[in-house]
Structures are given as structure tokens and as C-alpha cells.
Design a binder for this molecule. Sequence first.
Ligand SMILES: C[S@@+](CC[C@H](N)C(=O)[O-])C[C@H]1O[C@@H](n2cnc3c(N)ncnc32)[C@H](O)[C@@H]1O
Length: 450
Amino acid sequence: MRRQGRRKNIIESLGDRVGDEILRRNSGELVLTLPPITFRRWISYHGADAGGVASPASVPEGLGLVASRNLPRGEVVAEVPKKLWLDADAVAASDLGRVLGGGELQPWVAVALLLLHRLYDLLCRSGEELLEIQGTQLLSTTMGVKEYVQTEFDNVEAEIISSNKELFPGTVTFDDFLWAFGVLRSRVFARLRGDKLALIPLADLVNHSDDITSKESSWEIKGKGLFGRDVLFSLQTPVDVKSGEQIYIQYDLDKSNAELALDYGFTESNSSRDSYTLTLEISESDPFYDDKLDIAELNEGEIAYFDIVLGESLPPQMLPYLRLLCLGGTDAFLLEALFRNAVWDHLELPVSPDNEEAICQVIRNACKSAIGAYHTTIEEDEELLERENLQPRLQIAVEVRVGEKKVLQQIDDSFKKREEELDGLEYYQERRLKDIGLVGDNGEIIFWES
Ligand SMILES: C[S@@+](CC[C@H](N)C(=O)[O-])C[C@H]1O[C@@H](n2cnc3c(N)ncnc32)[C@H](O)[C@@H]1O
């Protein structure tokens, strides 16, 4: 499902003048105005199509790469020379590079500006509506991302865009900048981020399929020519593909549905994509705040984030962190400096019934309040998903929120079960008495022989 209807395929506009001819504005939509044959010629002119093995074509996911003959797994389907990439070097070599000098802009901001500079007269200005994601983590992440992009935009707007009107003659709005950010998020290959950030024309047409489960990367950067001087991006098909079928890769096995929705505008039905990030933090009003903070910093840090995946067990560090968070009363001796080196080892196992019960309550209350913040129930969402003709955006939002709720429900259920099992657990004092030989393996008191 496509997130931004206004862009068709940015790649044609990135490389050179031939590309600039291809995109034209048509009732606010970016459209491909040159016939695909011209685009293919442009690609093969630059030697990027690996001998015509795969061609850009219209597919259900928008544009995609289709095999021109039967391709065995590992066959190279695109080889894109560095001169066609949109990366920090392309920025440096452009008019924009001259203006930026060796400035300190983050790589993505520089590339986003280049994108806007090349496309300035083509952008339409429709604002992007938010998904129907009330109560979800996706909403807070989306809002966080928007705020971050807004801050970056305010800086470059003041320092670069408004003072270089010859490079940006139209009005560049926050929406345009957000669009450029969205293009980068959805089209940059996972390991090509940060300083290595680059948009790779042609290769960026490859769509994702969850049926591709191999962890191996489908691409590499190679040197070609004399002494490997010509760097190129080489994309291979991860599986056999028949002639006429689409080539797919796996974008990222580790991304949750919320991340897939945010980055690419689609979700997967695979339950391992349903996840919830629990954020745990020591309360400043905790009477042992300072000691707990010192201890937390030895391990997870002041704020701990735990990604919990549907159907999988809790992250191993979560219970020890929760034990620390809830430590109090007679158990507070573990916070003393004397125990500092061993405290995390002690927290690996149950400390006391009170502590373990407090953990269950804290988590169950947090789950209940998070579930209560969604404006629909799991059942209502499932009913919605069964409806035909659900708007794609609504469908994504519902899939993300129902997945989050299921994970929260799973966490609540597992702590409910734990609450019922508290009597059967072994706690610190018992372990201690066993260690010094005062209690036997079955809990019996051992008396000294006379
Ligand atoms: C790297 S681009 C791939 C080319 C893109 N289809 C186009 O038309 O330009 C990534 C975007 O393709 C679309 N896409 C890729 N795989 C998809 C999938 N399995 N389901 C739905 N959309 C997909 C999404 O819009 C995503 O943001």
C-alpha cells in the first residue's frame, strides 16, 4: 500500500537531465510522463539494469521490478553505478553542495534538501493526514518523528532554503520536507543509513515480501573496473524467480508492524510483527530513587525499553529491572552499596513475595491503562478487519492497534498467571539459608548434629 500518492517514482529525477524530463505535475500528482521504454533506455544507458535482466513495471505495490527471464537465486538484477546514487557525494557535487560548504548538516537532511532542490517545481502540497491510530505507540512515534523533522526543517529553512532562493525558487513547506523525509525512510536500504545514506535508482523499485525469510542481505556494494575504482550497488534476487514474475526482497525481519507502517506504509499479517515497546522508568518520587538510579545505570540505564513480541517470551532483562523498580520495605537492603557488584545477580531471581506481587500489579495496571487508551476493543477491531473495502490507511491503523492490544493482553495474562504462582517460587531469604546450609533442598530446617 502506498503512503504518498503524490510521488510516483522519484528515481528518474535524481540522476541527470534525462531524468528531469520524466516527472511532470498533473493535477497535483507526480506522474511518469515518459513511456517506460524511455526510462528503461535511461537505465540501460547508465548500465544499471544488469543487461536487462529485470525491468521496472506497474505491480500491485505501485512500481516494482519484474524478471525478464527465469532467474536463479543470487542472480544480479540491478547494478547501479555510484554516479547515479543520491548520497552525500551527490550533494557535495551539486549547486547545493557549494552553498552548504563542508557544513555540519546531518546526511539525511542534506540528501532531503537535494531531493527538494531537484524536485522543487514538481511538488504538490497536500498535507499528510494522520493514520487512525489513537492510543497506539505508532501515534506517539509518528508525532515524535514529526516534531523531530519539524525542528530540522526550521533550521534548514532559516539557514539554507530562504537564503538560497536561486536553488529553491518556489516555496518549500514543512509538508514538502516531510515528504522528502518519507521518501528517504521508505526507499533507503536498511544498512545504508547515517553517513552512508544513499538513494539507489532502479534498485529502490524492489518491493518487499514476507515470504522471503533469509537473513542474508540481497545486496552489496562492489568495486568494478580497473582496480575496482567504479563503485556500484549490486542487487540480487534472494530466491528463484520465473520470467514475468516480480522480484522481491525482505526489507527487515526485525521491524514491527508499527515500524513497517511508519516507514513503508504497509503491515504484515505475520504475528511476529506484532509488538509493543514497554518503557520502564524509576519514579522520581521513589524513596530509593538515587540508589536505584545508580544500579539501573550499571545495566539497562535510567529508562529501559523492552520490545515484547506476540507469542514470544518476555525479554530476559525485564523481570530483573522490574524487581529493582519495585524494591522497597525490608528488601531495600539489596540497594546498599555493599551489594552493588552483585545486585543484578540477585535481581535475576525472585527477591520476596511482596516484591514479586508488586511487579505483577505494576505491570497489570500499566497494561490495563494502555488497553483503555485505545478507542476500540480487540473484538471491534477484528470485526472491522473482516469488512470488505476497508480504506487502506484505516486497515493499516487497525492492524497495528489490534496487534499492540494483543501483545498488551498477552503481557497482562502472563503476569496474572505469575500472580497465581507466587507461593511456589523460591525467594532470596530461602536461597540464602540454603547457601549457608540452614535449610535443605525441600525447605526443611537443618539442625546441627550434637
Ligand atoms: C523501496 S519502495 C519500492 C517501490 C515502490 N513500490 C514504488 O512504487 O516506487 C518501497 C515502497 O513500496 C511499497 N511496497 C513495497 N513492498 C510492499 C508490500 N509488500 N506491500 C505493500 N506495499 C509495498 C510501499 O509503498 C513502500 O513504501
